[in-house]
Ligand binder design. Structure first.
Ligand code: ADP
Ligand code: MN
Length: 484
């Protein structure tokens, strides 16, 4: 056995403490850090600790006073970092271009095509990309000017006497860092720099590593965002199936298109079919209200349904998906009550899960305009006002309901009269916030008609009393609301 080889290899193979005590370059000083909870949570500290760890793995040469070593401390690596990032960006672009070529080659003229988009590295729709911040003038140095690659032999150093070079040497270390680049993240492409004689300083290496990780996370986040947004614009597969079944059963003739995409629902127009199974007559034109199954928007509507005693028992036991079905159910029940009281509103055709089919207010696929979009003669305006006053009273007394989202946005003008829609959030007056909602409705209505020039329009407090039959006398708004 080669005794020299064994002796040289020994320091490397030895256990930590023994190696440290024997290390000819001195023991890396272990700094003890005392810190507060805030420090523990700080990202800055995390970075520092990470750096410290890395530096412990590659201790800087201590005896640098004289000798050929480059200490690394006074070398400006910031432009290296910039270069590295720019190269990565350039590489990402090339990678994407290659992907596109492959995609094209595979797809050819085929009608069914596959997409590699999810594998792309550069995301044009990402607005927080930092690409614009790069100063291109910094590319004047040629990073590919390769030195001949040299390796450190097993014994850990080369050269003699003053010209000795250890594995902690800046250059060697840099090469090592380059090689380690390959292990950043499984999906992160680092290019063919590994094959070249690139030397990455610890600082650049760490920054690149950090970049690789955050890039991966950003990429994942973007895909998520994209999937999400498509789900919001169109209809998800389960809903599509529901709609398909409605057409297939003959209940609907055709679904022609989308009338409205709101925060909480998408409304479609459809021509009614003549279903054999349904005993009800299907209206010639229908509106299909699909309650959105993306849950975010409904969170802030909890208060409407949570305190509605009609749904109280069920609310706590339900998962969010079922709660959304409950919105649809609520709209159906409320519309039925209104229908029974003779209030002009869509007539319920059928409810399936989160999809409510009702009669269409409008004609030939053109929905009736909202009150806010239509210009009425002063005669019609006055007529509309009295009709609404009447409807609000009916709603309150006969239906035992408060609309809770009444405004010119949810009233349609059709056939010379006002139709009420959008009643999924309507509650009974005994709801803990019922009167509060009613007051808000009254304010919307009286403001709209006062602005619209209806001199007879009651103010919000008068309207509130007229609708509720209560007699709150406070003459300023604050007191009035307090009494409400
Ligand atoms: P959202 O909760 O999204 O406001 P709405 O019930 O108000 O839901 O419906 C959104 C829009 O769809 C309405 O402003 C109206 O233009 C249209 N719409 C809803 N239902 C009907 C219907 N039955 N007939 C005609 N248009 C309707
Ligand atoms: Mn609405």
């Amino acid at each position: 056995m080669d005794s020299v080889g064994v002796a040289a290899a020994a320091p490397d193979a030895g256990p930590g403490p023994a190696w440290q005590s024997k290390c000819p370059w001195g023991t890396p000083s272990t700094t003890s850090i005392s810190c507060s909870l805030a420090d523990v949570m700080s990202e800055q500290l995390a970075k520092e600790l990470q750096l410290e760890e890395e530096n412990a793995a590659f201790p800087e040469v201590v005896a640098a006073a004289e000798g050929p070593f480059i200490t690394g401390e006074n070398i400006d690596t910031s432009s290296d970092l910039m270069l590295a990032q720019m190269l990565q960006m350039e590489f990402d672009r090339e990678y994407d271009a290659q992907l596109r070529r492959e995609e094209k080659k595979i797809n050819g003229d085929s009608k069914v095509s596959i997409s590699f988009e999810n594998y792309r590295k550069v995301h044009p729709y990402d607005s927080d990309s930092s690409e614009d911040e790069v100063d291109w003038q910094d590319t004047r140095h040629d990073p590919y000017r390769a030195d001949k690659p040299t390796t450190t032999p097993k014994r850990g150093f080369i050269g003699k006497g003053k010209d000795i070079t250890t594995k902690h040497d800046e250059v060697v270390c840099g090469r090592k860092n380059t090689a380690r680049m390959e292990n950043f993240a499984p999906e992160f492409q680092v290019g063919d720099g590994i094959g070249m004689d690139l030397k990455l300083s610890n600082q650049v290496f760490n920054a690149l590593k950090q970049h690789a990780y955050s890039e991966e996370r950003r990429s994942a986040r973007l895909h998520e965002k994209k999937e999400h947004s498509t789900a919001e614009k169109a209809v998800d597969p389960k809903t599509r199936l529901l709609l398909y079944k409605m057409v297939n059963s003959g209940m609907l003739e055709t679904i022609t298109g989308c009338i409205s995409t709101g925060k909480e629902s998408v409304v479609f127009h459809a021509y009614g079919g003549n279903s054999a199974t349904e005993d009800k007559v299907i209206p010639p034109e229908c509106a299909i209200k699909v309650f959105k199954t993306t849950l975010n928007e409904f969170k802030n509507r909890d208060k409407y349904i949570k305190d509605d005693y009609r749904f109280k028992d069920r609310f706590s036991k339900l998962n969010p998906r079922k709660i959304i079905r409950m919105w649809a159910e609520k709209e159906m029940h409320n519309l039925t009550r209104m229908q029974n009281a003779g209030i002009p509103c869509p007539q319920v055709v059928i409810l399936k899960k989160h999809v409510l089919v009702m009669s269409f207010i409008g004609q030939d696929q053109v929905p009736a305009p909202k009150l806010k979009d239509v210009t009425l003669s002063s005669e019609d305006m006055k007529k509309a006002y009295y009709q609404i006053l009447n409807m609000m009273q009916q709603l309150y007394r006969e239906c035992n309901l408060v609309h809770a989202d009444l405004s010119e946005y949810n009233m349609l003008w059709h056939d010379g009269k006002v139709w009420l829609i959008d009643v999924s959030q309507s509650v009974e007056p005994t709801h803990p916030h019922g009167l509060e909602f009613l007051f808000r409705d009254c304010r919307n209505v009286s403001q709209f008609f006062q602005k619209g020039g209806v001199a007879e329009a009651l103010n919000e407090r008068e309207l509130f009393n007229a609708v509720s039959g209560l007699n709150i006398t406070a003459d300023n708004e604050v007191d009035f609301q307090a009494e409400v």
